[in-house]
Design a protein around this ligand. Sequence first.
Ligand code: APR
Length: 245
Amino acid sequence: MTNFPPDLIQLLTKATHVVALTGAGVSQESGLRTFRDAQSGLWAQYRPEDLATPRAFARDPKLVWNWYAHRRKVAKSSHPNAGHYALVEMERNIPEFTLITQNVDGLHHVAGSKHILELHGNILNVRCSQCGTFADDWHEEAGNVPRCAKCNGLLRPDVVWFEESLPREQLEAAVQAACTCQVFFSIGTSGLVQPAASLAHAARTEGAVVVEVNAEPTPLTPRVDFAFHGKSGEILPELVKAVWG
Ligand code: APR
């Protein structure tokens, strides 16, 4: 059982605007590998950094498409865990709550969170790599990457790859939320990838109290006001219970 400092409980009881930034760690207890976990099975020989790039897709679209088809299948068969649901409860209790996620697994939506900013896109969505049209369904003929019904371009997952820029509106909304909130949570993220990793610093600069919930210390840890190291699926429900009963 985690002991939460009374001043943090007091702060959350009175808070009117809270932001939570989540990373792969919040989905780890749902059975989804984090980015820095080693991959498994057929994909063990690859690093995400070598597959989630425009160059990898240009070089071998079928390999990249298959990796995302595998991850889509895994994401669809996984379920939110207690950490996702605790964030739904937090949103219910706080007048203005913004959930910024780096995750593409869609589990925050499934859990019932409402105000979500998906900085890195959503693996369940597929769009044309040429004209950008979203595809609701597609034909996966053996050996070929499905093509756009509109322009015949190759379909790709609607996620942000390395070297690609984040969706501008989502990023602007995330920065705005981080700079105006009273409490900023950094949950299940190594804080290694920009620009998401800068949001906690922006929040702190604007006077927010920063809380880290992560399995292990990160580069952010020395600069947070409260750090809880352990499983988010355990710590978050305990925190919600301690504050809102
Ligand atoms: N509870 C809390 N934290 C956890 C748990 C857990 N059950 N399991 C793992 N973690 C922590 C790990 O200690 C690690 O610090 O979650 C963090 C996950 O870090 P990464 O694997 O780096 O994932 P993330 O921070 O989301 O990566 C950010 O990098 O690769 C890109 O676009 C990709 O969105 C991803 C971004």
